[in-house]
Ligand binder design. Structure first.
Ligand SMILES: NC(=O)c1ccc[n+]([C@@H]2O[C@H](COP(=O)([O-])OP(=O)(O)OC[C@H]3O[C@@H](n4cnc5c(N)ncnc54)[C@H](O)[C@@H]3O)[C@@H](O)[C@H]2O)c1
Length: 321
């Protein structure tokens, strides 16, 4: 059985543990917090409920081993996924501990949302062994993972990373260059900034912004992304017409992107109050359950249409991966 080590088991690490486990790997899990065990058990249970609904060829479930030390977790692992808090000193200390104990041939993926691989590799024992493998939450259901090497990672390491990630049902996208926050989080950051301004300026509430997304362009994005959506919006003349039509708007005051709203107490309170009202008493666990059920329904629908992530899952079903 192939062995993975999961270092740091919060929301993301537990999601990785569940993904590896349900794709047949032996998972060595390490997190110093006593609370982590409950988190990983809960996430694995949830994942086991949903993952078989979207993957046709799951191998027998692997084994979850709770490691007493980080060194024991990584000792014989083929893949090591670091998911500790997003603080560079913590990442550096953890990566140093990992490299002191892991095999030279292991791949070390970092879940970092924002750090570039070259930042993670600073002062590392074997920098070429570390790259970014940035997933999205929930890791056990969403196939995408951004694979980001720096200039010191060899093609052999990135090829191996891409191949291993594919084996656990993921669609790795190998970025052409490293940049802070990779690709997805840069796009999300732009949207997030605009949303904060719209709330600060009293234009819309958290619920109204979410309604505009979930009843409109959010539905488009799950199956056509940004560029194909706009290509279609250009009518039969396509992308060139779209760019000519909406090009001038780039000079108009349609965005406050370069200004960051001050996240002061007043804005934080406004967002929290609106978000509480929107949740209407539903707990985070209830919201997560709704999210997972909806994602599975969407993925199934996309499989029926053989589109976007559904086409990817159908391809896995054909190849038996
Ligand atoms: N939350 C997200 O949506 C998301 C998405 C993609 C990537 N990420 C990235 O994943 C990483 C983890 O984020 P998270 O949201 O799961 O954080 P989290 O705070 O939920 O979990 C971090 C875990 O790391 C553990 N930890 C702390 N120090 C440790 C150490 N020295 N060794 C091992 N474990 C240690 C903590 O006990 C905790 O369980 C971050 O780099 C983050 O940027 C987060």
């Amino acid at each position: 059985m192939q062995k993975a080590a999961i270092i740091g088991g919060g929301v993301i690490g537990a999601g990785w543990a569940a993904r590896f486990l349900l794709h047949g790997w032996q998972v060595h899990f390490y997190d110093p917090s006593p609370a982590a065990l409950e988190v990983v058990n809960r996430v694995v249970k949830t994942a086991a409920r949903w993952v078989p609904e979207i993957y046709d060829h799951l191998p027998p479930r692997g084994e979850l081993i709770i490691a007493p030390t980080l060194a024991e977790a990584v000792a014989e692992a083929e893949w090591i996924q670091e998911s500790v808090p997003e603080r560079l000193p913590i990442k550096h200390a953890t990566l140093a501990e990992i490299q002191a104990a892991c095999s030279v041939g292991a791949v070390i993926g970092s879940s970092t949302s924002g750090f570039m691989p070259s930042e993670l590799q600073q002062d590392a024992l074997r920098p070429e062994q570390i790259l970014v493998a940035h997933p999205y939450n929930p890791v056990y259901l969403l196939p995408i993972v951004e694979c980001v090497p720096s200039s010191v990672n060899t093609a052999a390491v990135t090829d191996r990373a891409m191949s291993l990630l594919t084996k656990i049902g993921m669609k790795p996208v190998l970025l052409k260059a490293e940049v802070p926050a990779h690709v997805g989080d840069r796009l999300l950051e732009a949207l997030w900034r605009e949303a904060l301004w719209l709330i600060k300026d009293g234009v819309a509430t958290t619920e109204q912004i979410d309604d505009i997304m979930t009843h409109g362009f959010g539905l488009r994005w799950a199956q056509k992304g940004l560029f194909e959506t706009y290509r279609v919006a250009g009518g039969t003349a396509g992308m060139r017409h779209f760019l000519e039509q909406f090009g001038p708007c780039l000079q108009w005051p349609w965005t406050k992107l370069m200004d960051v709203p001050d996240l002061d107490d007043q804005l934080i309170s406004r967002i929290v109050e609106q978000s509480d009202a929107q949740a209407a008493g539903r707990s985070v666990s209830e919201l997560e359950a709704e999210r997972d059920a909806n994602l599975v329904a969407l993925l199934k629908a996309l499989r029926t249409e053989n589109a976007a992530a559904g086409a990817f899952l159908n391809q896995l079903a054909i190849t038996g991966d």
